[in-house]
Design a protein around this ligand. Structure first.
Ligand SMILES: Cc1cc2nc3c(=O)[nH]c(=O)nc-3n(C[C@H](O)[C@H](O)[C@H](O)COP(=O)(O)OP(=O)(O)OC[C@H]3O[C@@H](n4cnc5c(N)ncnc54)[C@H](O)[C@@H]3O)c2cc1C
Length: 355
């Protein structure tokens, strides 16, 4: 029996499973999926979990069941590429023939002193739950500082302001305008939404230090009751510690077939992989489809493609509370109710296909 070990049941890991099961797996291959959480988590919805506007159950999807799939609930602490084994906390190592690493990402604090200690996070389900508890226990008039106005910061600030209009929310961003990666029209629309919902945007900010309940913007102290960090991500520490080549965000450099340059049995999927696009669930799924094809062809003794066509990304959609949204579809900016409906539709379809 060959062992295919998949680390992480996120968007990448789940898509690999749906591509290989039930009918594309040879009878002599056994899959072991390892995750520290016993279900697939919908990370794209953590902003709503943290804001308290969806329940925990709504962001969980069961892992599939199959006689050739074993789900192992464990914490991965390292990978020994020489011995071909995965090291687990308080458990025996797992031996692999092929390994797919999809452990996602974590916050990047850009060496800002105190940021890792005194800010909340929405990068893992455990941390999003802690953020939910802190935010939802706040009394009226409390101040919430959100550092970083990319997609996740904007979604969190808007969701929270819509459900807790009694809070004073401050959104700190380095740029002249928020959502700097998007066209001006879109940034202006989102800034307008925040103005009408009394979320204060602090542009051109530079967070130089964080202390308990205090943010320092350009060294100027600002008292906050809760601070949430949404100002950058880096690859999971487990892959950063593998001793392989990585990019500036700790993402692993891979070949066009998505494996390590010097080991064709170790694939990297999703936020852990260095790719020419911003990390996203869509990208992780696109990669997963191609990795599954490489594995299938190898198992069947077929010739492998020298390279794959570029992964097609359908666009980006963001929410502004439950009724409005924004996004880019086919290079066109869309705003308002249609964008929000599309986002809800994408989520519904995802749950329908994976539920
Ligand atoms: C608020 C927010 C909104 C977003 N919105 C969008 C969006 O609209 N569209 C989009 O395409 N992308 C969006 N993203 C990005 C998207 O969520 C990620 O790019 C995607 O989750 C990456 O998938 P992945 O499979 O690499 O990792 P993940 O989905 O993060 O999965 C990683 C898995 O690994 C497990 N794991 C991690 N470390 C360990 C360990 N040491 N041991 C065991 N298990 C471990 C985790 O439990 C998890 O199940 C959003 C992200 C956030 C935070």
């Amino acid at each position: 029996m060959k062992n295919l070990v998949i680390l992480g049941g996120g968007y990448g890991g789940m898509k690999i499973l749906s591509e290989l099961l039930p009918n594309n797996l040879p009878t002599d291959v056994m899959i072991t999926l390892v995750d520290r959480v016993p279900y697939h988590c919908l990370k794209t919805e953590y902003y709503a979990l943290a804001a308290g506007t969806v329940s925990d159950k709504e962001v969980r999807v069961d892992f599939p069941e199959h006689p050739q799939l074993k789900v192992k609930y464990a914490e991965v602490i390292g990978i020994d590429t020489k011995e071909k084994m995965v090291l687990l906390k308080d458990d025996d190592p797992l031996i692999y023939d092929d390994l797919i690493i999809g452990l996602g990402c974590e916050d990047k604090y850009h060496d800002v002193p105190g940021a890792d200690q005194f800010t909340y996070s929405i990068q893992s389900i455990e941390k999003a739950r802690e953020t939910y508890t802190a935010l939802n226990n706040l009394g009226p008039g409390s101040v919430v500082g959100i550092v970083g106005a990319g997609l996740s910061g904007v979604e969190l600030a808007s969701e929270l302001s819509e459900s807790r209009s009694d809070l004073s929310i401050k959104l700190f961003d380095r740029g002249e305008h928020i959502l700097s990666a998007f066209p001006d029209r879109l940034s202006q629309y989102v800034e307008g939404w925040f103005r009408t919902h009394r979320v204060e945007i602090i542009n051109n900010s530079n967070i130089t230090r964080v202390e308990e309940n205090t943010l320092y913007n350009h060294d100027e102290p600002l008292p906050c009751d809760v601070i949430v960090w949404t100002a950058g991500i880096q690859a999971n520490k487990v892959v950063q510690n593998m001793g392989v080549e990585t990019d500036r965000s700790g993402r692993v450099v891979i070949t066009p077939r998505h494996h390590l340059p010097n080991d064709e049995h170790i694939f990297i999927v999703g936020d852990c992989a260095s790719l020419p696009h911003a990390p996203s669930a869509q990208l992780a799924e696109g990669q997963a489809v191609q990795i599954s094809e490489v594995l299938r062809k190898r198992w069947n003794g077929e010739e492998l493609p020298a390279e794959f066509p570029p992964i097609k990304l359908k666009g980006v959609l963001g929410s502004l509370g439950k009724k409005q949204g924004f996004g880019m579809m086919a290079d066109r900016a869309i705003t308002g109710r249609v964008a929000r409906l599309l986002k809800s539709g994408v989520l519904w379809l995802y749950k329908f296909h994976n539920g």
